[in-house]
Design a protein around this ligand. Structure first.
Ligand code: COA
Ligand code: ZN
Length: 459
């Protein structure tokens, strides 16, 4: 199965509500998806705005392994815009459904639409572009007309034909039939662009690939208009793990890439999102966890390491002894069977806790094991302040100055990213803030990083 990925994170992805990438972010995204190993990158539609134009301009000068493609309407002006950049591919689209012809193009007849498509493709080809023609809303287009459109696109010189399921109404079955039908009519490679309005985008896209479509449009984290398009991660992992398609995708960096796009887009993945969601490799039920500890394959379809993640076992009222014992062991606590049971009973008697974090678990364990660890909650405001100094000459001078402060509890000169760590005890947040302000302006202190203390322990 020959599969090509087209990444549209900076075009379709930027069409997500509340998303706007700046030029530098787009450059970074292009470099990342290129090194991940996608085959095409859609750069955007120049007419949209000056910054989209600028991004396309700058990216057009970056060398990529992937083919670059400029998006635009089937108009002379959009084609002219595209031809001002040094980019090999253009993707032009035209709505072919009755709804589009009637409401977007003022009751355009099928015949006139075909003519418009033909003329636009001729025009773009006269500018020496390689061309993908997209039938927008193809899946609500009368099928015999869609076939005419596909044939017209090929005959006019299109190098690729793209089927856009613009409002996501395909099913895996109808996708297969549609691709089979179109494939019989044209020889140029077929692209598939699915929308996720019914949550079927990934399934439909895979069905299209199985039926012989060659290229699938994806975005990182499935960004896109409304509910988006197939996420890169889902498509790649399903292809690799279920359909055994071997490609040299850099899966190890997939999770990092997803995180990066979350931050840049401001759209964060839900916890239960497949593959990149927080919970994708977290096991909860005691019976699952017990089996996973013996062999992760029992409850994992593929190991998290292949996409640069770790598995995790969460502790709460659904936990069993095995999972608990293993977590306690990780926390360097070895318990006998009787105490283990007692700890588990305590955990199960706190159903209001949705999750028992390590700190809470340690507290429960300390209580039951009667450990001699003293826990204290600061009554005043305490903080650890890390300081990086301008250079080593200042270290002792700053340390001695810190020691003269009444709020200082301890100070350490340390190796690593920071030079000094100070433990501060202030009477109020206000006092802490003004002290930190003082650190910031102190000659020799380059950077500070403050963490308020919530709880302390001592032997
Ligand atoms: N091919 C050719 N013409 C198309 C078209 C297509 N696929 N889709 C729409 N048009 C035409 C309409 O017929 C209309 O033409 P008219 O002005 O001659 O009546 C015009 O485009 C409508 O565009 P509108 O958005 O109202 O006008 P605009 O000139 O202010 O803005 C854009 C045009 C493209 C710059 C603006 O809509 C935009 O920034 N869009 C974002 C990109 C986008 O919509 N992408 C969709 C991708 S699927
Ligand atoms: Zn789309």
């Amino acid at each position: 199965m020959k599969v090509e990925l087209l990444d549209s994170t900076i075009r379709e992805g930027e069409q997500s509500p509340n998303v706007s990438f700046n030029v530098n972010q787009k450059i970074e995204i292009v470099k990342s998806v290129d090194s991940f190993g996608v085959d095409f990158i859609e750069l955007g539609h120049p007419a949209v705005s000056p910054d989209v134009w600028e991004a396309i301009d700058q990216i057009s000068n970056i060398k990529t392994r992937a083919k670059k493609l400029i998006h635009g309407r089937a108009t002379k002006s959009d084609i002219n815009d595209a031809s001002t950049f040094n980019v090999e591919w253009i993707g032009i689209f035209f709505g072919t459904s009755d709804l589009s012809l009637k409401h977007k193009f003022g009751n355009l007849s099928n015949e006139k639409a075909l003519n418009h498509i033909k003329e636009s493709i001729y025009y773009a080809k006269s500018k020496n572009f390689k061309l993908r023609f997209t039938a927008e809303d193809a899946t609500r287009t009368d099928q015999s007309f869609l076939i005419e459109v596909a044939k017209c696109a090929q005959a006019s010189g299109a190098d690729r034909f793209s089927i856009a399921d613009t409002v996501g109404v395909l099913t895996p079955e109808s996708t297969k039939k549609l691709i089979n039908t179109i494939k019989k009519e044209i020889d140029i490679p077929i692209h598939i662009h699915c929308h996720n309005d019914f949550g079927l985008a990934t399934a439909n896209a895979l069905s299209a690939l199985l039926a012989g479509a060659q290229t699938v449009d994806v975005t990182v984290n499935g960004l896109g208009e409304r509910s988006g398009i197939p996420p890169l991660a889902e498509i790649c992992l399903a292809l690799k793990e279920i359909y055994k398609v071997n490609n040299d995708w850099d899966l190890k960096n997939l999770y990092k890439l997803s995180n990066k796009i979350e931050k840049m887009s401001g759209i964060f993945n839900s916890e239960n999102r497949p593959i990149v969601g927080k919970n994708a490799f977290t096991h909860k039920a005691g019976l699952h966890s017990r089996a996973v500890l013996k062999n992760p394959k029992t409850y994992e379809s593929f190991p998290p390491e292949i996409i640069g993640r770790d598995r995790y076992i969460t502790i709460d009222k659904y936990s069993g002894q095995d999972a608990l014992k293993s977590r306690l062991k990780e926390l360097k606590i070895i318990v006998n069977e009787e105490d283990l049971k007692k700890i588990l009973i305590e955990i199960k008697s706190q159903p209001e806790k949705r999750k028992i974090n390590d700190l809470e678990l340690l507290e429960i364990a300390d209580e039951i094991l009667k450990s001699n660890i003293k826990i204290y909650i600061p009554t005043e405001v305490e903080a650890i302040v890390n300081m990086e100094l301008d250079n080593a000459i200042y270290t002792t001078r700053i340390t001695r100055w810190l020691m003269s402060l009444s709020q200082l509890k301890d100070v350490y000169e340390v190796a690593g990213d920071y030079d000094i760590v100070a433990h501060i005890k202030a009477k109020s947040i206000k006092e802490l803030n003004s002290l930190i302000e003082e650190f910031r302006v102190k000659e020799g202190i380059k950077r500070t990083h403050t963490r308020p203390i919530l709880k302390g322990y001592s032997n």
